[in-house]
Design a protein around this ligand. Sequence first.
Ligand code: SF4
Ligand code: FE2
Length: 642
Amino acid sequence: QVLMTDLTMDTGVQELLVKAEQETIETAFQRAKEQEPHCKFGLTGVCCRRCLQGPCRVTFNGNKGVKRGVCGATADQIVARNLLSLIVEGTTPHVEHAREILHTLLETAEGKAPYEIKGKEKLIAIGKQLGLMVDGVELDKLAREVALIALQDFQQQSGVSHWLRLRAQEQSVETWEKLNILPSNAHLEIANAINKTAMGCESDPVSLLLAIMKMGLVEGYDGLHLSTDLQDILFGTPRLVKTQYRMGVIKEDYVNIAVHGHIPMVSEKILEWSRKLNNKAQALGAQGINIVGICCSANELLMRQGVAVATNYASQELAIITGALEAMVVDAQCIMPGLAQVAECYHTELISTLPNIKIEGASHVDWTPEAADQMGEEIVRRALAHYPERDQSKVRIPGDTVEAYAGFSVEQIVELLAALNGPDPLLPLIEAIAQGDILGVVAIVGCTNPKVKQDWANTEVAKELMRNNVLVVATGCSAHSLGKNGLLSPAGLQYCGEKLASVLTAIGQANGLPALPPALHMGSCVDNSRIDDLLVALATRMGVAVRELPVAGSSPENHSPKALSIGTFFIAQGVDVHIGVNAPITGSPLVEQALTANKGEFSVTTDELFGGKLIYEADPIQAAQTMIVRIMQKRQALGLVC
Ligand code: SF4
Ligand code: FE2
């Protein structure tokens, strides 16, 4: 008998899982159990399906079983090729995301798309950094020029990615140049990587590992950074906002629309049209239209608009099981196909929006930059039309909500610090780190995964770090885990060590707040770029390389290949990255050792080449302690108080 309390920490989700069971509706939580025990060949990465001589399975523990596939491929070769494939699958959705925002910005600048440029300061700053003339230039013209430079990162056949040049620290670029892994054009690099992994192409595991690191840079610059920068230009840079978390943000007496996925061009338009058509809801006897977020669509609207968050990845189906959603609007990434079966049991319309991403069983309203308004209006009108169809006997919304703060862009963090030191805002933070009041900084990022009790590992890692005076920043669905459990609110200060609590209180009070929350919510998964920007700014101000900083990244409940490609990006920067669900690499001693620097005789490791490594640890307390040991080593090397 599986207990709901073993599946998730979220009491609202537990309540809805009981409802799902009563109504015989299947969810990811049950399906995850049905998959156990998992195939060891798959788990360790030694299953190859690259050609029709196979599939081949080779030994995953080095002794039992066959040593080579039909073509002669070894475990090291198979694992390295599979990992490169996985990293490409993590990178590509972010590169597509960046390409879509790029075209939206370009069409907006040319007057063809119904968006406006709200991030004037960001546009001017980026224009300047790209070497463009900005003084007296019209915003539209400047935006067009910026978009066209970004477009070169998808077209040029040689040269280095413009966004890498724009955002990377010079010391890192030197390392990557020596290793010959500087990317040029995101599409070209993705095609190259797929070509490498094709049957009968590359089989040198070391060369494949370098291709993996190069793909990490594609992810970082022409995925994450490009997406965040252009989104800030179009929608504005996030500022401090206050909001609510948990299923209770779905309101019984409102027309409820959930936005789910990642693409703010879709969710911003839904929000805009919900405001325009709000009075139509009142005509139906509802109080109004209520937009709630799931996954990173939630993060985008939360960061810029303060929209409330219903839930995160693993429990997305449960939002429909409240019986109170008129529509769930999805775009790309992390959309469970299982949503369609759940929606069928209610009046909820599941609506896909991206021309390239259709969902079986969902209806579809096409988003394109030009047709964004038609999409927004059509979807909100459909949701309104479904409100009278709601079956009140099936409605059950778990009541509680939790207060949270978000909107911690680098610009916002610097502004908050400026209240302590206007001319040199980063200095108070650097001094706190140097004195050991802040031991280090760890980013808690990524997903939830039904293999792990939902929100538990994310929250436990965070609390253990806070207790040890480590400053936590967060993004993605992990940030939602922290939000649901009170760690994005000043009330969460109770979990911090005394020194960290006093720093957060001092910064907060200098800005008219009781304190800053113990975890700073920096945005969506693409906004891991903001964390990178913060690291580059800190390292540059301290006069050191990013790889020397006492920092780490952690994805305690990772499920998506995106978590691995983002992790690869940070390892390439020289930052250790912890994962709580292992990557399929343990079938290859060579690949495992190269990434984790843990054991064996293999001589080349990412730790030596880049200064960062992969840490696998399922136990959250142990994971936090392992990161702290590394932070202490880096502090010692910098001569900081230990
Ligand atoms: Fe087997 Fe080689 Fe084909 Fe992979 S590429 S399935 S190892 S024969
Ligand atoms: Fe995400």
